[in-house]
Design a protein around this ligand. Structure first.
Ligand code: HEM
Length: 224
């Protein structure tokens, strides 16, 4: 039992489960953020700031947030350990199995893609999450912290907008290999489910990053 918890299999399973949980987080985060572009003007400001207040104060969401932070940290630490272990065990690396050209390229570059995403997450959290919790941001007409204006102003900058779009392309490649790989590790990618899982993975790896990228692009275009 004890050796199972220090085994590569256990680490791989936990890396897969934390990664798959983060996909669920991304879907929820995307739906919440789409309010930024689906509504406009004062309605968007009021609605988004009420949503942000709910997301930072509701006890159930707070627990979910802690699960999210833990998943991010676990996913990073475990995947670093797994990459180092596999380098030690097999310095030349494996030949890559099918799943499409993009996925094959992504599978060889997961560590690089993940590291770029880490840079994105740190800068992203500084811009919005840190500001919402500890920044000196103003209030909207309803008296709520005006995270809406912080977000809209951030994407008036072309370089910040471009950085988000670039990061979403990186996210797409990371997901294109990560989702299928996660399902394989937890044993769900059996013969029966192979095709639907691969198709869903490709669909999600295109839809989620594209929808995320549309937010900074639309906010930037609206600011012109
Ligand atoms: C381009 C679209 C995105 C926008 C406009 C956006 C906006 C925001 C905002 C406004 C917050 C602060 C919310 C709060 O603290 O209540 C936030 C938090 C966060 N974002 Fe994003 N986000 C985007 C994409 C992403 C992506 C792609 C990831 C991950 C790869 C991500 C990861 C996070 C995390 C982990 C938090 C902290 C969540 C929490 O405290 O529970 N975001 N985001």
């Amino acid at each position: 039992m004890n050796s199972y918890f220090s085994s590569t299999l256990f680490r791989k399973t936990l890396a897969a489960l934390s990664g798959l949980f983060l996909v669920i987080f991304l879907i929820g985060h995307l739906i919440g953020n789409l309010q930024l572009i689906l509504l406009s003007g004062e309605a968007a400001q009021k609605q988004f700031n009420e949503y942000a207040l709910f997301m930072t104060t509701n006890p159930a969401v707070k627990i979910l947030s802690i699960v999210t932070y833990t998943s991010i940290i676990l996913h990073i630490l475990l995947t670093i350990i797994l990459v180092l272990q596999s380098k030690q065990a097999r310095p030349i690396g494996y030949a890559v199995e099918g799943g499409g050209e993009n996925s094959a390229w992504a599978s060889r570059n997961m560590a690089l893609l993940g590291s770029l995403l880490l840079v994105f997450i740190i800068l992203h959290m500084k811009s919005f999450w840190y500001e919402m919790h500890w920044g000196a941001i103003g209030n909207d007409p309803s008296g709520n912290k005006d995270l809406y204006t912080v977000t809209v102003v951030a994407f008036q900058n072309i370089w910040y907008t471009a950085f988000y779009v670039f990061s979403m392309i990186i996210l797409g490649f990371h997901l294109s290999h990560g989702i299928g790989s996660g399902f394989q590790t937890i044993g769900l990618k059996t013969r029966k489910y192979l095709e639907p899982i691969e198709k869903t993975a490709i669909l999600f790896s295109i839809l989620i990053p594209s929808a995320f990228a549309s937010i900074p692009i639309i906010l930037y275009l609206q600011s012109l």
